[in-house]
Design a protein around this ligand. Structure first.
Ligand SMILES: Cc1cc2nc3c(=O)[nH]c(=O)nc-3n(C[C@H](O)[C@H](O)[C@H](O)COP(=O)(O)OP(=O)(O)OC[C@H]3O[C@@H](n4cnc5c(N)ncnc54)[C@H](O)[C@@H]3O)c2cc1C
Length: 400
């Protein structure tokens, strides 16, 4: 960003904060104005909530908005904000961009991601949910699973098989499905925390107009890659302030319970705390460098590296929190409430709940093993994973 562009963007942010003071403006109204002034995602085109700048410039805007007390976009709609929006911008028609992006940004319409199935998680390209064209409508049948926030979603970004006669990556099509259509059924799946952030979703003869298709027929994999690459950054790409994020919780507990204690146990715990603090700082700085270097919207394999490191360190930090808490670590004050929350649980300040919730970090958004495959193949240039079904028609691949 040149100095004059930076000054122009700063002025836009300041004017937004002045015209709609966050402390007196309902969040949705503020976010709507932020979108209309191109400050939603400054790296998006001008008619899509952006200014045609780079992802790096977005950070500057975020920091200034944050300092001004602005509502944080995407908290209520993390999948819409972090994954569906960049996919719609990259692959959607003008009509789709006009229709979906603004209410997605303001969280008036929540989105979910309908990729994983009981038989296809890591191997998402092997999915079986079928969409068959009937006149100018698609008829959808099948099942998705682990669908975060589907129970409050108005729309979903869906991958379905439209041609079983070609190899798996070539026979899929992506859709923006209205979750209120007849034949869509959402059932809760409870997690180890006692909350059902995610769901099973069943489709029985759901009829979608062809206008719901995003990208060309058979081009679903290309659309999905945009979503998946953004998902990894969305999950693991945070740039936290020094000592912030999960490590802050470990430091807080250390200070409360162990500060001044010089027993061998305390010193051993302190070593773990220091190692984690350093690793958290390295991850944050690595993410910062990756986002500074990103010139276009879609992140590359560096997003997978960040996601892998984030997942492993989060688990390490909350394991440490439990050890710092000693016997109190065995209690779970929140109980198992068996609720269907409106927010994903990563923002909880309860270390007991987070200890349980972060187990999923090494699975959601692609498992750590799959992240290592990407790191090996796309960053280190090592030989690829064995892929025996690559050139075989999807219908001829044996599956259970
Ligand atoms: C909290 C949470 C939220 C989620 N939200 C969503 C969502 O909103 N939408 C959505 O579509 N999905 C969602 N998922 C699903 C998630 O993307 C999948 O669980 C994940 O991709 C793994 O797929 P799987 O569960 O089918 O495991 P599998 O793919 O069956 O993997 C089983 C094991 O085999 C390993 N494995 C598989 N393939 C390889 C390989 N090639 N090399 C090495 N090891 C391998 C895996 O690492 C894993 O350990 C969510 C998952 C969780 C936990």
């Amino acid at each position: 960003m040149t100095a004059s562009v930076a000054a122009g963007v700063d002025e836009l942010v300041d004017r937004l904060l002045e015209d709609l003071p966050p402390e007196r403006t309902p969040p949705q109204e503020f976010l709507g104005a932020q979108y209309d002034r191109g400050l939603a995602w400054v790296h998006f085109p001008t008619d899509c909530g952006g200014l045609g700048l780079t992802p790096r410039d977005q950070q500057r805007v975020q920091q200034r908005l944050h300092a001004g007390g602005a509502p944080v976009a995407g908290v209520k709609n993390p999948i819409g904000y972090g994954m569906c929006a960049p996919t719609i911008v990259s692959h959607g028609t003008d009509e789709q961009k006009r229709r979906y992006l603004r209410p997605l940004f303001t969280s008036e319409e929540i989105w979910c991601q309908l990729f994983s199935e009981p038989g296809s998680g890591s191997d998402v390209a092997g999915l079986s949910t079928r969409a068959v064209l009937d006149g100018d409508e698609w008829v959808l049948n099948g099942q998705k699973v682990w669908t975060t926030l589907a129970h409050i979603s108005k729309f979903g970004l869906l991958l379905a098989r439209t041609n079983p006669d070609v190899p798996k990556h070539r026979g899929m099509t992506a859709f923006l499905i209205d979750m209120t259509l007849p034949g869509v059924e959402v059932r809760p799946l409870f997690q180890i925390t006692g909350e059902a952030e995610f769901n099973e979703v069943f489709f029985s003869d759901v009829r979608m107009p062809d206008a719901a298709r995003i990208g060309a027929e058979g081009d679903g994999w290309r659309v999905a890659v945009t979503t998946l690459m953004n998902e990894r950054v969305s999950i693991g790409g945070a740039v936290t302030r020094r000592g912030g994020g999960p490590i802050a919780e470990a430091i807080r507990i250390w200070k409360e319970r162990w500060s001044g204690n010089t027993s061998p146990q305390a010193l051993a715990l302190r070593d773990r705390l220091m190692s984690s603090w350093i690793r958290c700082e390295v991850i944050s700085m690595t993410n910062q460098r990756a986002s500074q270097q990103r010139r276009s919207g879609t992140p590359g394999p560096e997003g997978s590296v960040g996601k892998l490191a984030f997942a492993e360190e989060n688990q390490r930090v909350y394991n440490l929190c439990m050890d710092l808490l000693g016997n109190d670590g065995m209690l779970f004050p929140a109980g198992y409430p068996m609720i269907r929350p409106d927010l994903v649980g990563m923002g909880s300040t309860d270390p007991h709940k987070m200890f349980l919730r972060v187990r999923a970090n090494s699975i959601e958004g692609g498992t750590s093993e799959v992240m290592r495959n990407i790191l090996g193949e796309r960053v280190l240039g090592l030989p690829g994973d064995a892929r025996s079904d690559k050139d075989v028609a999807w219908k001829d691949v044996p599956r259970s």
